[in-house]
Design a binder for this molecule. Structure first.
Ligand code: GLA
Ligand code: GLA
Length: 684
C-alpha cells in the first residue's frame, strides 16, 4: 500500500512510478510567510517529495475554544502541492494549547509521586482523560473535514511519538481506566488476586475500587501490578491512537493512517508489535546514541522495525541530518554518516527517509537540533549532503515497495520479557534486556551473518536458528510453540533468566528455567548473579578467550543427550556447565547461562551456527566489515551492502546490476569507506 503513496495524484512534480519518499517534519508556523517560498524551492532542489506538517500546530489552528484559523495551513498545503510535494498531515493533537490546559487542568498527567506534569513543554496530556479526548477528537475531525480531498494529502500522521513523555500517568483518570482494563482481563477479583499474588504482604483486594496504579509506595510495589500497569499503559495509548484513527477513517476512508513509533534505545513503554496492526503502515523515528555500538544499534532498531511491520515496507519518519539537542553531548555526524545512516534504514525496509526537521529552528528548545536546512542555510555541508542523498534515493526508486527477504537467523524481541525482566527486586538490577539482544546482533554482524529481529508474533518457522535472549516470560502456549519449533527442525538458543516466569510473573516451580527445562534438558537450582565488574572465565566452544559477566547459573544436566558445549573455568561454579545444547526432534535447544557480550558471543556463535547449518553469505574477506540486508519483490532481490569500516572493502564474486554506490570491478565490487552499494539481482 505505501509503495503507491507517492503516485501522480501528488501534483505536477509527481512521478507515475512508485518512489522512495524523502523529506522531513515541516514547521512553517515558526517562520515568516516569505520563507515558505524558499522552503519549497529548496525542497525541490533537494529532491524532497514528502513533508509532515502541523505536528505542533494546535495553538495556531485553534487559538481559542471556538476559533479556528486554517488560512495559513491552506496556503502551506497549496504551496507544497504546487511544488509537487506530498503532505503527511498531522492531526495536530500532540501538544495541547495553553487555553485548553488553563480551562481544563484535569487533562494534565500526574507522576507516581503525585506531582502534576505542567504545561510548558509538550505532550502534557493524560492518555485516559475523557476531556482531553473530546477536545482532541474535535480537532481531528476538523482537520479531516478541512483537508479531505486536498491533492497534497497523502497520509495522516496521528499525534506524535505517542508515549514519548506521557506513557506513564498515575492520575485518577488512569486509576479508573486501569480498573476497567483489569476487569476486562480478569473478570473476577479472585482471579486478579491470584494473578497478582496478593496473599503476599496482605495485599488482598475485596473491592475493585481499592485498586490503584503503582503509585509511590513504601517498598517494592507488587510486581504483577507493575507489569499489568505497563501493559495497561501501552493499551491505553493504543486505544487513544485507535480513537483518532476511527475519526480519520470515517471522514477520509481512502487516506492511509500512520503514527511515528520510537523503536530506538531507551524507549520501551509502547508495545509496538501490538500497535502495528492498528495503522495502515508502520513509521519509525530513530536517533543515534554515539558510542561503540551506535551503528549496530541503528541497524538493530531498523531491523526490529521491519520485524514489527512483519517484513513489509515502513517509513523512517524522523532521524537527524547531524546532531540532536537532547543528549549530554550532541555530536555532529561525520561526512558520509548522513547517507549511510539513511540507507541502512532503507536496507531494512524503509520506503521513506525523513528527518526532524526541514529548517533548523531559530528559537525554542530544539534550536540546536540539526535539520535539512541548517542555521547556515543552503550553503552548507549538511544541505549539500541532503541534496546528494535526494539523488541517491531517486536511483533507488525501484526498491520502493519491496519486502524483507527473511534471513536464516531470527532474534526474538519480546516486550513482556523486556518489561518483566527489568523490574525491581530481582536477582540483579544490572540486567539490560535490549543490550543482551543487541550483543547477539552485533556478534552476528561481526561474523557477516544476516539476522532478522522478530517478535513473538512472527512465524518462527522461517528461521533455522532462533536466538531468544532473556526470554523471561514464557506462558505455557509459548513453551509449547518453542518445543514444536525444535521438534520440527528448528535450532533454539536461549539465555540466562529465560523461561523463569509465566504471564502473571509467577515462577515456574521445580527448578529453573521451568517453562523450558525439559526442552533444554537442564535444571538450575540456584542463580548466581555477579557483582558489577566481576567476571568468570569459560572453556569450550570458542568461549576460552572471552569472559562471562552479570549472571551465572548452577546447572545440572538432566537429559543424557544434552551436550555441555562450554563450562565455567573460574568462579563459584567452576567445572560446571555454562553453555549447553540438547538435540531434540529434528532440531536442538541451547542455553547460555552468562553474559558473554558481543565479542564473547562472536566466539561461541560459530558452533551454534554450524549446528543449525547457517553460513555467512558474504565473501570471507568482507565478513564483519560489511553488513548485508536483502529486500525482494517477487524474484527480484535488492542486496544492500553497507561498509562498516573507514576503509574501502572489496567484495570479490559479488555481482548484479548496481543501482547505487560502490565500483564494479572485473570480479566483483568495491565499497567506498562507509559507503553503501545496492545491487539488483534475479533470484534465478
Ligand atoms: C522526536 C520528536 C520531534 C523532535 C525530535 C528531536 O523525534 O518527534 O518532534 O523533538 O525528537 O530529536
Ligand atoms: C525484612 C522483612 C521481611 C523481608 C526481609 C527480606 O527482614 O522484615 O519481611 O522483607 O526483610 O530481606
Amino acid at each position: 500500500m505505501i509503495s503507491t503513496l507517492l503516485t501522480p495524484q501528488n501534483g505536477p512534480g509527481g512521478d507515475p512510478a512508485p518512489r522512495l519518499a524523502y523529506g522531513a517534519d515541516y514547521n512553517p508556523e515558526q517562520w515568516p510567510r516569505e520563507v515558505w517560498e524558499e522552503d519549497v524551492r529548496l525542497m525541490r532542489e533537494a529532491g524532497v517529495n514528502l513533508v509532515s506538517v502541523g505536528i505542533f500546530s494546535w495553538a495556531r489552528i485553534q487559538p481559542a475554544r471556538d476559533e479556528w484559523d486554517f488560512g495559513w495551513l491552506d496556503e502551506v498545503m497549496d504551496l507544497l502541492h504546487a511544488g509537487g510535494i506530498g503532505v503527511d498531515l498531522a492531526t495536530a493533537t500532540a501538544s495541547p494549547p495553553p487555553w485548553l490546559t488553563t480551562a481544563h487542568p484535569e487533562i494534565l498527567p500526574v507522576t507516581a509521586s503525585g506531582e502534576t506534569v505542567w504545561p510548558g513543554a509538550r505532550q502534557h496530556w493524560r492518555p485516559t482523560s475523557p476531556v482531553f479526548r473530546d477536545h482532541a477528537l474535535r480537532l481531528v475531525r476538523k482537520m479531516a473535514e478541512r483537508y479531505a480531498g486536498h491533492p497534497a494529502l497523502v497520509a495522516w500522521h496521528i499525534s506524535n511519538e505517542l508515549g514519548c513523555h506521557n506513557i506513564y500517568d498515575y492520575s485518577d483518570d488512569a486509576a479508573g481506566a486501569f480498573r476497567d482494563w483489569l476487569r476486562a482481563r480478569y473478570t473476577t477479583l479472585d482471579s486478579l488476586n491470584h494473578a497478582w499474588g496478593t496473599a503476599f504482604w496482605s495485599q488482598r483486594y475485596s473491592d475493585w475500587q481499592q485498586i490503584l496504579p503503582p503509585r509511590l509506595a513504601a517498598s517494592h510495589p507488587n510486581p504483577t501490578q507493575q507489569l499489568d500497569f505497563k501493559r495497561f499503559s501501552s493499551d491505553a495509548l493504543k486505544e487513544y491512537l485507535c480513537a483518532e484513527r476511527d475519526v480519520l477513517r470515517e471522514v477520509t476512508p481512502d487516506v492511509p493512517v500512520t503514527t511515528n513509533f520510537m523503536v530506538m534505545g531507551g524507549t520501551k513503554g509502547m508495545n509496538y508489535p501490538d500497535w502495528a496492526g492498528e495503522i495502515d503502515f508502520v513509521s519509525n523515528d530513530h536517533y543515534v546514541h554515539p558510542g561503540p555500538q551506535d551503528r549496530d544499534e541503528l541497524s538493530f532498531s531498523a531491523n526490529l522495525t521491519s520485524g514489527i511491520a512483519d517484513g513489509l515496507p515502513w517509513f523512517l519518519m524522523e532521524h537527524s541530518t547531524s546532531a540532536v539537542n537532547w543528549q549530554a553531548v550532541n555530536v555532529a555526524k561525520r561526512p558520509g554518516d548522513l547517507a549511510r545512516d539513511s540507507l541502512l534504514h532503507v536496507a531494512h525496509g524503509a520506503d521513506a527517509v525523513c528527518f526532524f526537521q526541514w529548517r533548523q529552528s531559530a528559537a525554542g528548545a530544539e534550536k540546536y537540533h540539526s535539520a535539512m536546512v541548517p542555521h547556515a542555510g543552503a550553503d552548507s555541508e549538511v544541505f549539500r549532503a541532503v541534496a546528494a542523498l535526494g539523488d541517491t534515493l531517486r536511483e533507488l526508486a525501484p526498491v520502493a515497495g519491496s519486502e524483507r527477504e527473511p534471513a536464516k537467523v531470527g532474534i526474538v524481541y519480546d516486550w513482556d520479557s523486556w518489561w518483566a525482566s527489568e523490574q525491581d527486586s530481582h536477582p540483579t538490577s544490572l540486567l539490560d534486556y535490549r543490550q543482551e539482544a543487541l550483543d547477539w546482533y552485533s556478534a552476528l554482524l561481526s561474523l557477516g551473518v544476516r539476522a532478522d529481529i522478530v517478535t513473538t508474533r512472527t512465524d518462527l518457522d522461517r528461521y533455522d536458528l532462533l536466538v531468544a535472549p532473556v526470554l523471561h516470560v514464557v506462558p505455557a502456549p509459548l513453551a509449547k510453540e518453542l518445543a514444536r519449533y525444535v521438534e520440527t527442525g528448528g535450532h533454539l538458543v536461549t539465555t540466562y533468566f529465560s523461561g523463569v516466569v509465566d504471564e502473571n510473573d509467577h515462577i515456574w516451580l521445580g527448578g529453573h528455567p521451568g517453562a523450558l527445562r525439559d526442552l533444554l534438558g537442564i535444571r538450575i537450582d540456584e542463580f548466581g548473579p555477579l557483582l558489577d565488574g566481576e567476571t568468570v572465565r569459560l572453556e569450550g566452544a570458542g568461549t576460552d578467550t572471552g569472559t562471562g559477566s552479570l549472571w551465572t547459573d548452577r546447572i545440572t544436566v538432566t537429559d543424557p543427550s544434552t551436550e555441555v558445549l562450554a563450562s565455567y573455568r573460574t568462579g563459584t561454579y567452576a567445572g560446571m556447565p555454562a553453555v549447553t545444547r540438547r538435540p531434540a526432534g529434528r532440531g536442538s535447544a541451547a542455553y547460555v547461562s552468562t553474559r558473554l557480550g558481543a565479542a564473547g558471543l562472536a566466539g561461541l556463535l560459530p558452533e551454534l551456527l554450524a549446528g543449525a547449518g547457517v553460513e555467512s553469505e558474504l565473501p570471507p574477506s568482507a565478513r564483519g566489515r560489511v553488513e548485508q540486508a536483502v529486500r525482494h519483490h517477487g524474484d527480484t532481490r535488492y542486496v544492500f551492502l553497507v561498509n562498516r569500516t573507514d576503509e574501502p572493502v572489496p567484495l570479490p564474486g559479488v555481482t548484479g546490476e548496481l543501482l547505487t554506490g560502490g565500483t564494479g570491478t572485473e570480479d566483483g565490487l568495491v565499497l567506498e569507506p562507509r559507503g553503501v552499494a545496492v545491487l539488483r539481482q534475479s533470484a534465478h
